[in-house]
Design a protein around this ligand. Structure first.
Ligand SMILES: N[C@@H](CCC(=O)N[C@@H](CS)C(=O)NCC(=O)O)C(=O)O
Length: 229
């Protein structure tokens, strides 16, 4: 691992946004100090380094904070580019713009939809959020067909920006299946994503960073106690 001296990550083990950043750092072989945060009781450190949103992840490089997971992944790709590790963002400007478009779509549409399943107060609300999630995934199935161009990942032969953007959500899909018996990525509905998800979960660079589903269930129950009335 590259020794990066002064590199810290403020995180939460079950946050998909934090997992995304840890996967990017792992792809680049960068070592860092990980500092777990309690998002229900925010630390002075988190508030100081992310005063605007007060959210994790925050990467602190030589004392300077970088917030927002997608911005952090881009930073990691630029700062630790040029080595043997593959680039995370596409080299081509058009493909890069498209990858950013779909990554924003994942965070703006997919995340709130599946989070809505978790926070639903009624069966009706849950069903509505499940169908919103499925509709978003159908668009992402089409995005996969175009971006991967017949290859294994959104990024081509290796994991790239969109693989991280979407792949960090997969353990939460397993968590929702365990808690509510809902199947979000299914062979019958989104076959390309189903086989991509299998490949992504087995990829050496990321597989050890996938949080334990039981930990996510525990966190989800805590969230439901706080948010669902
Ligand atoms: N858009 C942000 C989202 C980060 C985010 O929502 N983090 C959650 C944990 S999953 C958090 O810190 N929540 C605390 C809060 O909302 O106060 C990113 O990509 O980094």
């Amino acid at each position: 691992m590259a020794g990066e001296g002064d590199l810290k990550l403020l995180g939460l083990l079950v946050s998909p946004f934090v997992v995304r950043v840890r996967m990017a750092l792992s792809m680049k072989g960068v070592s860092y100090e990980y500092i777990e945060q309690d998002v229900f009781n925010k630390s002075e450190l988190l508030i100081r380094y992310n005063p605007v949103h007060q959210k994790v992840p925050v990467l602190i490089h030589h004392g300077k904070p970088i917030c927002e997971s997608l911005a952090i992944v881009e930073y990691v790709d630029e700062v630790w580019g040029g080595g043997v590790a593959p680039s995370i963002l596409p080299a081509d400007p058009y493909e890069r713009a498209i990858a950013r478009f779909w990554a924003a779509y994942i965070d703006d549409k997919l995340f709130p939809a599946w989070m809505g399943v978790l926070k639903a107060a009624t069966e009706e609300e849950k069903a509505e959020k499940v169908s919103q999630t499925l509709a978003v995934l159908v668009h992402l199935e089409e995005a996969f067909a175009k971006c991967s161009d017949g290859k294994a990942f959104f990024g081509g032969d290796t994991i790239g920006y969109l693989d991280l953007a979407l792949g960090c959500n997969l353990f939460w899909f397993k968590t929702l299946r365990k808690m509510f018996n809902v199947e979000l990525i299914e062979e019958g509905r989104t076959p390309l994503l189903a086989s991509w998800a299998q490949r992504f979960s087995e990829a050496a660079a990321v597989k050890d960073l996938v949080p334990n589903v039981d930990k996510a269930v525990e966190h989800a129950k805590k969230m439901r106690r706080v948010f669902v009335h």
